[in-house]
Write a protein that binds this ligand. Structure first.
Ligand code: 2HA
Ligand code: ZN
Length: 270
């Protein structure tokens, strides 16, 4: 059995959490990541028959029974992941009943998966329906996106259009736009259901006055998605109080669609 700390998925997870902390997106215990793993990738590093603990999830996700996830721990700090991965991360398999998680590795101090496990697992279910290659759900608290939810209309078309107008590449990176949830109590099944519902039509879901969720096929892509939206929000926060003289027009957006072979979300451009 190979050392799991050398597994590419583990190395990438540790690098990503470290990088997210470095970007200031994950203060204290803020943020969480879940990475769906293939059984073959896991069994090269772990005896998948040895379950360390069985943890109730508090929700039902039979669609994910038997699926493996590497996930950040509740109350754990992203800044510490690189120094003690086996304490701050856990590798779980969703049990056959869809209502428990079987811990196979990690959470070595008796810890548990992220408080946002419902939002993560329900989002995986919905994204996999849209895109069978989806592997990542990522949540964090980037300052400019958060700031924007205090001063910008939360209407999804308006919010998306503003972000697209802030950097030329935005419409190319997230042509599906950004969905927005109003403030809701975090860590609950309710926000999990609402987030997953929003994940059906976009890979980015803003939680007003809280943060953002991103989904994608790997950690790099999902990080890049949030990074691009956060950059756009940063530009917005730099200019929102100034007189707007220029913008990217819808005509120019259509040129970008053609040049990069993407299709903006239906009804979002004139
Ligand atoms: O504590 O970000 O939303 C982790 C969180 C909760
Ligand atoms: Zn959060």
């Amino acid at each position: 059995m190979k050392d799991i700390l050398t597994a590419p998925f583990m190395v990438e997870m540790i690098r990503t959490a470290t990088n997210m902390y470095a970007h200031g997106w994950d203060e204290r215990n803020g943020g969480n990541i879940s990475l769906l793993l293939d059984k073959d990738a896991v069994s090269a590093y772990l005896d998948t028959e040895t379950v360390l603990r069985t943890i109730p999830t508090g929700f039902s996700a039979p669609e994910l029974a038997g699926r493996y996830f590497l996930v950040t721990g509740t109350g754990k700090y992203f800044k510490n992941v690189q120094y003690a991965p086996e304490v701050n991360l856990g590798l779980v398999r969703i049990a056959t009943d869809g209502e428990h998680a079987e811990l196979l590795w990690g959470f070595a101090d008796g810890g548990n998966f992220t408080s946002e496990f419902p939002a993560h697992m329900m989002s995986h279910v919905e994204r996999l329906k849209v895109d069978p290659n989806n592997r990542v759900v990522m949540h964090c608290h980037p300052a400019n996106l958060l700031a924007m939810t205090y001063v910008h209309d939360l209407d999804e078309i308006k919010f998306t259009r503003t972000l697209w107008q802030m950097c030329t590449e935005c419409i190319v990176v997230f042509p599906d736009g950004v969905n927005v949830l109003p403030w809701m109590l975090c860590g609950t099944n309710e926000i999990g259901v609402a987030t997953a519902e929003k994940m059906r039509t976009a890979r980015l879901v803003v939680w007003a006055q809280h943060g953002i969720y991103g989904a994608g096929k790997d950690l790099d892509e999902t990080f890049g998605l949030i990074e691009t939206a956060e950059k756009a929000a940063e530009i917005y926060m730099k200019i929102a109080h100034l007189q707007l003289v220029n913008t990217i027009t819808d005509e120019q957006m259509h040129l970008l669609e053609q040049r990069f072979g993407v299709k903006a979300r239906e009804g979002y451009l004139n």
